[in-house]
Ligand binder design. Structure first.
Ligand code: NAP
Length: 243
């Protein structure tokens, strides 16, 4: 039977690398994105070239009705299957020091991460519970662990996601479902484009930004059967930036 993984924000950056890695691991992939259809179609073709199926599932994770609607429509069309792995990866950053941070920027970042977690996880988790099997992997950040200046919104959102991860892990541990968070440091994607890479690299013990594929390798482990006893954890991948 096909095994399905849903990756929110799967069209670019870390999400794209996760889609490809989970396809190599034998999953059929549901690629969520918000607006970049061409990028999502390119990932779909790459997944198919690896011999797995891929479906596009466009929705804004911050929007309850469209997220719930898209996931439930997929579930209705695939009654014999279920989403075994959910990667809550969609995220945005809108940095500004607090006196300059507009309410819109505050809400946008909080909502994409925290409402996104709730909106995508709730429709998926009941079926996992019935099957007594599932993997939920939440993309947090070093920013949610140590706090970064100019990122009160982003640090708050990611710290909140870590809290939700720990609580849900305890709710679901007896049902064979694990819930973990990954906290990357600086990874080379569109999100870190425009940062002062040369100076930031001096602050990273490993001396470089990470690659999306390195984060995807961690997702691969957390999505695997072998990781069954790892739950409620926040796993850092940051080149030693914060330990
Ligand atoms: P990215 O390159 O900017 O890609 C973001 C992805 O999320 C895109 O596929 C985008 O789709 C999607 N997305 C954004 N808002 C969405 C929404 N409301 N609904 C559905 N999809 C949405 O970002 P990234 O660097 O790969 O980051 C991925 C995750 O890792 C994020 O949660 C980020 O906070 C976290 N992270 C990244 C870093 C880093 O250094 N890059 C470090 C720590 C944590 P569209 O193009 O269609 O909008």
């Amino acid at each position: 039977m096909a095994k399905y993984a849903l990756v929110t924000g799967g069209s670019r950056g870390i999400g794209r690398a996760i889609c490809l890695r989970l396809a190599k691991d034998g999953f059929d992939i549901l690629i969520n994105y918000r607006s970049g259809k061409d990028a999502a179609l390119a990932v779909k073709a790459e997944v198919e070239a690896l011999g797995r199926t891929a479906e596009l599932l466009p929705f804004d994770v911050a929007d309850l009705e469209s997220t719930k609607g898209a996931i439930e429509a997929w579930q209705a069309a695939h009654k014999d299957s279920y989403i075994e792995v959910l990667v809550n990866n969609a995220g945005v950053r809108q940095d500004a020091v607090l006196p300059m941070l507009e309410a819109e920027q505050w809400h946008k970042v909080i909502s994409t991460t925290l409402d996104g977690f709730y909106n995508a996880t709730r429709p998926v988790v009941s079926k996992m519970m019935r099957k007594r099997n599932g993997r939920i992997i939440n993309m947090a950040s070093v920013s949610g662990m140590m706090g970064l200046p100019g990122q009160t919104n982003y640090s708050a959102a990611k710290a909140g996601l870590i809290g939700a991860t720990k609580a849900l892990a305890k709710e679901l541990a007896s049902r064979g479902i694990t819930v973990n968070a990954i906290a990357p440091g600086f990874i080379v994607t569109d999100m870190t484009e425009g940062l002062d890479k040369e100076n930031l690299e001096k602050t990273i013990p490993a001396g470089r930004f990470g690659r999306p594929e390195e984060v995807a390798a961690l997702v691969s482990f957390l999505a695997s059967e072998e990781s069954a006893y790892v739950t409620g954890q926040v796993i850092s991948i940051n080149g030693g930036l914060y330990a």
